[in-house]
Design a protein. Structure first.
Length: 867
């Protein structure tokens, strides 16, 4: 039902957009080349990239029309899939002119990876990128850090509009875009562009751009089959030029499914995309891109170190009894259980109907991730005069879904804030339900629904050696976060995996909720940037300023909260930036930049939520006094861009203040009770060096190499929960752990990436290797995950055009060829895993960090053709 709604929305949008665009069309005449030059280059070819592009500010280039492709003299042929065999490093580099660190992948690289990989998987070889996926097709998402900063600190955009969740700033890469429609991905390791629509980019940006529709009728289709029952099909239809106009469009659809490689379960994803483009005259362009996605994936549990050491990738079958390690961490199976009922369950629960005498809360069907989202963006550019260009990027973002889990509840004793009440569900009450005096098991999804319209507007005035950019970003969003309790069917599956009813209703008429809040966020960001070009464009100086005004108005519908029902948060922050680039000669250039960035606190940290305890309130304590995280980044670098080889070397330094951190307090009188609070945790700094080098074809071979050295340190002693003994009694207090000067978590000291591409026009292949050094998972540095090496291979054969079929090819992708089993990323860092003594002599309570397990060896075979 949900995906049919998406398709209906896409069709309606197509009809309306086609009508609107047709009103702006001009007769189909050749488009005059703009100041950016003709687009031949990195992976465009027949993809239909426009040939007129506005001159952007070097610090404001997020809109699709700002992205200028590398000008490459292509010797030979550009294939229907966008591969041209000339891209630097096999598609892992382009010629760059930005006054800061930027790395780019193009069609030459994207096309040779397994079809359907998500953007995080695709950029894993770039400098500073540490990516971990949990399944071969990327259907369950992934985790990423860049220079030791998490994905919540990085701005993600598609076609110039924001992708990060407006509340948590997390990114769900499996929802974004099909790789067949992805033209380029730009990674800005140091800072986001001046015009980037982001309130979380303290650690850089990832900007993704879709291909343009072809000017001739055609399309693309491929099919993939592989390990763990992986199947995926993709189809794209290009309309070509429509009538006597320059308007053209494409429509695509993909369907992917995959069994879980460890533990029970299955993941599926349906994805639709469309893009309509009309360009005319000298640099005028209107476009519309719509992406629709729906999927349900079984979840993998995060694991702690003791569980990983005991159970590894998990034990299939019935439930495994839990235990405690020496530091109090729970040791449990690393997969969800495939057994719903039985006599050997560690804890016995019942259903309201009493039809199940023993039910497993850890059953895999209760731990699924359903989600639906729709993205729409209309980036457009208008040349008002020979010197004045207007760029407008309106967008709309909708999402609905969340994560499932299970909770034991008692209908005879429910908590509504500080009040005791009874409950009923599905016609069953505390008196009518058999066994209701005992704990019963209910489905508890965490549902997030978001409506998010916005627009980025800017005008660029070019006058001789000076270019002035003035712009404004506005966004309004409404996000509802709920967690009702739903029925579980006799077979252990939720009655409605999306969180529909029947729900647990309290005797006062209210629906029971684990969390229940509404947040309205309003963003106003005016920005201005100026570029001065001197000495025949050899020296370019940029300066810019944006002023971010962010207001959050929230309401918590839970009773008896510590912050009250209404919460208001308002921040206004000036963010200056400056940069220069100097071209020593045609091959060498120097660049430097300094920028100020900020990250707004996550909205879920504003609200009380969770279980209500009579002696401490809700298990999550909200706070409206947390301040934004601020970063100042500085870079200095050198680039060499010759006819055969290109390389880049950059030094970077970051300084963070008001770093955002989540703290958990355990009740020593009842360890089952705990409270989580979001707070500012002082400062941090990092220094490092990035390097990358790639070549044009040498006897059809194109190597690429990247490296990073990173020294990231904590500048403050973090305060955490502690205990102290006075006589024979133990009291809970707080204490500062000696974290100052320690290596920051999730920040590997060394990373190396290597890619080797071979393509003679028919036979092709590639080899990728990524090494990531040890990563600490605690601020005190008493637990870490070891370094790892991951290697992938791709081989294929490209046939000649054959009648209707254009560049048909077969391809085999082998992932993690050594079948290395390792912990891929730190999911939740802690202050200390083993316990330590605070500066005041108190004992800091240990807490176990959690991790994700990386995906195993997998083979994926695909056939593909254009037409």
């Amino acid at each position: 039902m949900r995906f049919r709604s998406i398709c209906a929305a896409l069709c309606c949008s197509t009809i309306l957009t086609s009508h609107a665009l047709a009103q702006a069309t001009a007769p189909a005449v050749p488009v005059a080349p703009g100041a950016a030059g003709s687009v031949q280059g990195q992976g465009t070819g027949n993809q239909g990239q426009d040939q007129t592009q506005a001159e952007p500010s070097m610090l404001g280039a997020t809109a699709p029309t700002d992205v200028r492709n590398e000008d490459v003299d292509i010797v030979g042929h550009t294939y229907s899939d966008g591969v041209n065999r000339q891209a630097l490093g096999g598609g892992l580099m382009v010629k760059e002119d930005a006054p800061k660190s930027v790395s780019t992948i193009t069609r030459d690289y994207i096309e040779k990876q397994a079809p359907g990989l998500n953007p995080m998987q695709l950029i894993q070889l770039l400098p500073g990128v540490n990516t971990s996926d949990s399944d071969p097709l990327g259907l369950t998402g992934g985790n990423m850090t860049v220079r030791g900063m998490t994905q919540a600190q990085i701005s993600f955009t598609l076609e110039g509009f924001p992708i990060n969740d407006i509340g948590s700033f997390q990114v769900y890469p499996q929802e974004i875009v099909d790789s067949e429609n992805l033209r380029t991905v730009h990674l800005e390791q140091g800072s986001a562009d001046l015009d980037s629509p982001s309130i979380n980019a303290t650690g850089g940006a990832v900007n993704m751009y879709m291909i343009d529709p072809k000017k001739r009728f055609g399309g693309r289709t491929d099919f993939t089959y592989g390990s763990y029952g992986a199947t995926r099909g993709f189809l794209r239809i290009d309309t070509g030029l429509i009538g006597n106009t320059n308007m053209r469009a494409y429509f695509s659809f993909s369907d992917a499914e995959q069994d879980m490689w460890r533990g029970p379960g299955h993941s599926s994803r349906k994805h639709a995309e469309m893009k309509v483009v009309n360009d005319w005259g000298q640099g005028n362009r209107i476009s519309l891109a719509i992406v629709g996605n729906t999927g349900v994936s079984s979840a993998f549990p995060t694991v702690n170190m003791s569980s990983w050491k005991k159970y590894g990738i998990g034990v299939m079958g019935g439930p495994i009894a839990t235990s405690k390690d020496a530091n109090g961490a729970t040791v449990s199976n690393t997969v969800y259980a495939s057994q719903w009922t039985g006599t050997n369950l560690p804890t016995v629960y019942k259903s309201p109907q009493d039809t199940v005498t023993a039910a497993n809360y850890n059953y895999y069907k209760l731990n699924q991730n359903p989600f639906t989202n729709i993205y729409a963006s209309a980036p457009s550019t208008f040349t008002l005069t020979n010197h004045l260009v207007l760029t407008e990027t309106p967008y709309f973002w909708y999402g609905d879904g969340g994560r499932g889990s299970a909770y034991s509840e008692n209908l005879a004793s429910q908590q509504y804030g500080s009040h005791k009440v009874t409950g009923s569900i599905g016609g069953y009450t505390s008196s009518s339900a058999k066994g209701a005096a005992n704990d019963i098991l209910l489905y508890g999804p965490t549902i997030t629904e978001t409506y998010r319209p916005g627009s980025v507007t800017k005008v660029t005035l070019t006058n001789g050696v000076n270019r002035l950019m003035i712009g404004y970003w506005f966004e309004y969003s409404k996000q509802m976060m709920t967690s009702p309790y739903g029925m579980i069917a006799p077979d252990g599956s939720p009655v409605d995996v999306w969180g529909g009813g029947p729900h647990l209703v309290l005797s006062n008429g209210m629906t029971a909720q684990y969390r229940d809040s509404v947040t309205q966020t309003t963003i106003h960001v005016p920005f201005i940037g100026d570029t001065l070009s001197l000495f025949h464009n050899r020296l370019t100086i940029d300066a810019g300023l944006k002023y971010a005004i962010v207001s959050r108005r929230g309401k918590n519908n839970l009773p008896d909260t510590s912050t009250g029902p209404y919460i208001t948060q308002h921040w206004a922050t000036a963010l200056p930036t400056a940069a220069f680039r100097f071209k020593v000669n045609n091959e060498n250039q120097l660049f430097a930049s300094v920028s100020t960035n900020f990250r707004e606190p996550a909205n879920y940290g504003l609200y009380d939520a969770g279980t209500y305890y009579s002696n401490g309130g809700y298990s999550t304590h909200g706070s409206s006094t947390v301040r934004p995280e601020i970063s100042i980044s500085e870079e200095f670098g050198w680039r060499y861009q010759g006819p055969l080889v290109a390389s880049s070397l950059s030094y970077f330094h970051y300084n963070f203040t008001n770093r955002l951190y989540s703290q958990t307090t355990v009740d020593p009188e009842n360890p089952a009770n705990y409270w989580t609070t979001n707070l500012n945790a002082g400062g941090a700094h990092s220094n490092g060096v990035d390097f990358e080098i790639g070549t044009r074809p040498l006897y059809n071979i194109r190597p690429y190499f990247s490296a990073e050295y990173l020294d990231a340190r904590t500048d403050s002693n973090l305060v955490d929960t502690a205990t102290i003994k006075v006589g024979t009694k133990t009291y809970t207090t707080s204490g500062a752990a000696a974290t100052k000067g320690k290596v920051a978590p999730q920040a590997p000291k060394y990373q190396f990436g290597f890619g080797l591409d071979y393509d003679n026009g028919h036979e092709y292949g590639s080899f990728n290797l990524k090494y990531v050094a040890r990563q600490y998972s605690t601020f005190i540095n008493d637990q870490s995950i070891p370094g790892y090496v991951r290697m992938n291979i791709s081989v294929g054969y490209r046939f000649r055009d054959w009648g209707f079929f254009k560049s048909p090819h077969i391809q085999l992708n082998l992932q993690n060829i050594s079948d290395n089993r390792y912990l891929g990323s730190v999911s939740s860092p802690r202050v200390t895993a083993l316990g330590t003594t605070a500066t005041n002599g108190a004992k800091i309570t240990p807490a176990a960090p959690t991790y994700t397990i990386a995906s195993p060896f997998a083979a994926l075979a695909s056939i593909s053709t254009g037409f």
